[in-house]
Design a binder for this molecule. Sequence first.
Ligand code: HEC
Length: 133
Amino acid sequence: MKYCFLSSHFGWLGSLAASALLLSCSSVDTKRTESAAPTTESSMGAAQSAIMNTLENDALAAGKALYQQNCTVCHGNNGKLGANGAHDLTKSNLTITGRVYIVKNGLGKMPAFKATLTDEEIEQVVTYSMTLR
Ligand code: HEC
């Protein structure tokens, strides 16, 4: 329940935070039940960041797929196409928050996506757009 609550309210960042919570819970269990083979702090840190990286990559992969379905027609695969007056995303100075706002509400000839994409999907596609260079 806690996991679902967090992830639906805070998008993939919430999922990351929730998994970190789950992970820290399981590390407590491990220490309690397997005292013969204690897990060192540094290996837990490594395991945790490996899981965080995987989740981050999954969210980016989802964002990339969403980008290809919804944005390439105007912005192109690399963000530079500029069809229909679209801005070059590789030159955009907008923050994630600014981009989320534009994708949700549209701007000029750019359509609004809040009716077609969920908040989580918009966060993912925008996060992917930040990686375009
Ligand atoms: C129908 C064409 C079209 C589609 C589809 C489209 N855009 Fe745009 N986009 C535009 C246009 C046109 C602008 C410039 C708007 C303006 O300033 O008037 C723009 C601007 C932007 C900007 C602002 C860039 C800046 O710094 O000025 C971002 C970010 C952006 N689009 C992201 C996206 C994302 C992400 C998607 C897919 C979910 C998307 N766009 C889909 C046409 C499109």
